[in-house]
Design a protein around this ligand. Sequence first.
Ligand SMILES: NC(=O)c1ccc[n+]([C@@H]2O[C@H](COP(=O)([O-])OP(=O)(O)OC[C@H]3O[C@@H](n4cnc5c(N)ncnc54)[C@H](OP(=O)(O)O)[C@@H]3O)[C@@H](O)[C@H]2O)c1
Length: 324
Amino acid sequence: MKALLVSSLSTDLSGVELADVPMPERQPGQVLVRVAAASLNFPDLLMTRGEYQLKPPLPFVAGLEVAGEVVEVDPDSPFQPGDQVFGGQKTGCFAEYVALDAAAVRPAPAALSLPQAAAFGAAYGTAYTALVELGGIKPGQWVLVHGATGGVGLAACDLAKALGAKVIATSGSPGKLAALRTACEPDAAILAQGKFREAVAEITGGALCDLVYDPVGGDVFDESTRCVAFGGKLLVVGFAGGRIADVSTNIPLIKGFSVVGVRAGEYARRFPERGKAIRDAMLALAAEGKLTPHIDRVLPLERWREGYEAMARREVVGKVVFEP
Ligand SMILES: NC(=O)c1ccc[n+]([C@@H]2O[C@H](COP(=O)([O-])OP(=O)(O)OC[C@H]3O[C@@H](n4cnc5c(N)ncnc54)[C@H](OP(=O)(O)O)[C@@H]3O)[C@@H](O)[C@H]2O)c1
């Protein structure tokens, strides 16, 4: 079968190619899925460079989330051949077929297309864990979402709006603000450059933000410490900007806010009951049509490079989806 193989680490994707590889062998407890759509996540890009916390042994098939059709299962599996499902694992999803643990697979939400289902789990799981589970978001609160044109950022905007919060969405790319307004209809969209606290203060009437959701880090994190309301939370989601920020502990003390680390996948593994509750709640919102993953582009897997390069150049608004 065709799959996107990473055979050496590189910063220019030179170690990545579409290759013929053996079909995955389904193990007991696994579901073999014919991939209809697989979405690109920032860790996929980092893993081609060896810059992600997980460093799979080389060579490995890239891709961490999919949607598709079940083709083979255990006799006692809750799934049947023909079921449409979505799910994921750290690698192996940019391929024609993938074998996934049955526990990592869920029925695809009827309200979503398969490309949308492939773009749902990681982005919305991260947003839900951060905003609801760890952030305790409430209707009417102000939420500042950074990296809002990205996968986890746009999902956070969508979720916060669905839950009745007021959203200030940010981008570091001036040319993407208009597309950001169209994609998630935030209460305000601003540039996350320089002293953006003044804009946040003006928009919120001086109240600042109850929650700040930060997948970018670096200077954006530093300025965000000036944007959190007393009693609020600064949710550390990622470092897409490349620099891991430091915070002087007197700042959260004086300003009375918390800095909260978000590790959505690990949270669900450590607290499986909570992980299940999070997935059930997300699926219920999706079934009600309240959550809609925004797809920037769907590409045949042969055009994988275009998707990876667009993400690296920050040209994407929402998610890139590959179809094998
Ligand atoms: N904590 C968790 O559980 C968890 C889960 C999933 C992902 N993450 C992390 O969250 C971050 C975002 O992931 P994602 O999949 O949403 O990525 P993405 O789709 O590429 O979005 C990242 C966004 O960050 C902004 N950005 C600012 N500076 C950037 C830079 N120097 N390079 C690239 N983007 C930059 C870009 O928006 P503008 O161009 O509009 O500024 C971009 O849209 C990553 O660090 C990822 O590892 C964390």
